[in-house]
Design a protein around this ligand. Structure first.
Ligand code: FMN
Length: 222
């Protein structure tokens, strides 16, 4: 069982969000997972230019690191999104990365995985950012087992106080992968998303044959 955290603070090892995500991964490891973390700022992630190239053949015009990151997400069973709150939203690094996931969302490439999200903030926006990242997970076809936000008030030790909750979240994610997890509300959202994207998959049937065939195999196109 593999769990991959995608971390969007540019402060790398000084990041409080990274520390919080590390606690989640530690809990996941206790639940039997092999864990890894991607620091987005160490990778080349070019902003989407809406050229729609990926819509035709699935290949982005930018030969940067996003394809490799998406492959690692595909190999993982669980995905943790971790971002600091920047102006009541995810960090720019995280948002630029999310924008590059449009093709993975359209074709529901990460369907069947579980995830969770964590955020740190000085004070505001933590709950909204966690909800947003879990919403992105649902867009990707991932079911979230929950989230955690820590408002530090500028005191880094606040994150340490949330270590037990973060470890419990990671453990819950590992358990969801091992024994299953049911959330009828999210399952309905995922079904609605597939119904919405089905038209696109059918329209691009001859361009994206492998993806179309996968949708048929999954029973999403009958
Ligand atoms: C550009 C920028 C924008 C920020 N916006 C907010 C904000 O809207 N609300 C807030 O309470 N804290 C805000 N903060 C503070 C960070 O969310 C907070 O320090 C966070 O814990 C940093 O996480 P990190 O150590 O992982 O980078 C902002 C910080 C930066 C650098």
């Amino acid at each position: 069982m593999k769990i991959l955290a995608i971390h969007g603070s540019p402060r790398t090892i000084r990041s409080m969000t990274r520390k919080l995500a590390g606690f989640v991964l530690a809990g996941a490891a206790e639940g039997g997972a092999e864990t890894e973390m991607i620091d987005l700022c160490d990778y080349r992630v070019t902003p989407c230019t809406a050229c729609e190239g990926c819509s035709f053949n699935g290949i982005c015009v930018f030969d940067d690191d996003v394809l490799a990151i998406v492959e690692r997400m595909k190999e993982a069973d669980g995905i943790v999104f971790a971002s600091p709150v920047y102006i009541d939203n995810v960090s720019g690094q995280m948002k630029v990365f999310f924008d590059r996931l449009a093709d993975a969302i359209h074709y529901q490439m990460l369907s069947g995985k579980y995830g969770c999200s964590v955020a740190t903030t000085h004070e505001s926006g933590g709950n909204e950012v966690v909800s947003y990242m879990n919403h992105v997970q649902n867009y990707l076809g991932v079911i979230s087992v929950g989230g955690l936000r820590v408002a530090t008030g500028g005191n880094p030790e606040t994150v340490d106080a949330h270590e037990p909750a973060a470890r419990a979240l990671g453990r819950k994610l590992a358990d969801a992968i091992s024994v299953g997890y049911s959330d009828p509300g999210q399952e309905a959202i995922l079904a609605d998303n597939r119904a919405y994207f089905r038209t696109l998959v059918e329209e691009n049937k001859d361009l994206r044959t492998m993806e179309y065939d996968r949708w048929v195999r999954m029973g999403w196109i009958t």
